[in-house]
Design a protein around this ligand. Sequence first.
Ligand code: FES
Length: 160
Amino acid sequence: MPAMPSNADANAGEARAELTRRSVLKLGLAVSGVLAAGGLVEYLQYQAGAAAPTAFELDLPGDYPDGSATHVSAAGAWLLRDEGGLYAISTRCPHLGCTVERQADGFQCPCHGSQFGLDGQVRRGPATHPLAYLKLTVSEQGHLVIHSDQVIDASVRLPV
Ligand code: FES
């Protein structure tokens, strides 16, 4: 006949079970702590990425003949030349920021239909402001540079 477990055996079993639950709980807390600490370290070491470029070098000014219109998508601009010289117009619609598309005699916004002349002036709304003119300079090597972060007056031309 098997022996009946004594109270001492039952208490020892409960102690082992309690130790196991405590061990698992401690292990879980330790793992959570390590993960949280790792996330905190990563958060504290975060560095913002490099700023997006705002200067875009093109060809020589003489490479853009009078009446030409060149899309410079990287700069978000059209480079145009009239009798006064070269100028760059932003492709960003002043209404809500869509990218305008070139038409035979200007630009049109595909989002809400605003139309602009080749000089960037509004021909039809809902846009109420003209397209932005972007600063143009010439590099030391003689190449054109569009500065997409610098808006200038619409009357400015870069003489060629
Ligand atoms: S975003 Fe261009 S017309 Fe609305």
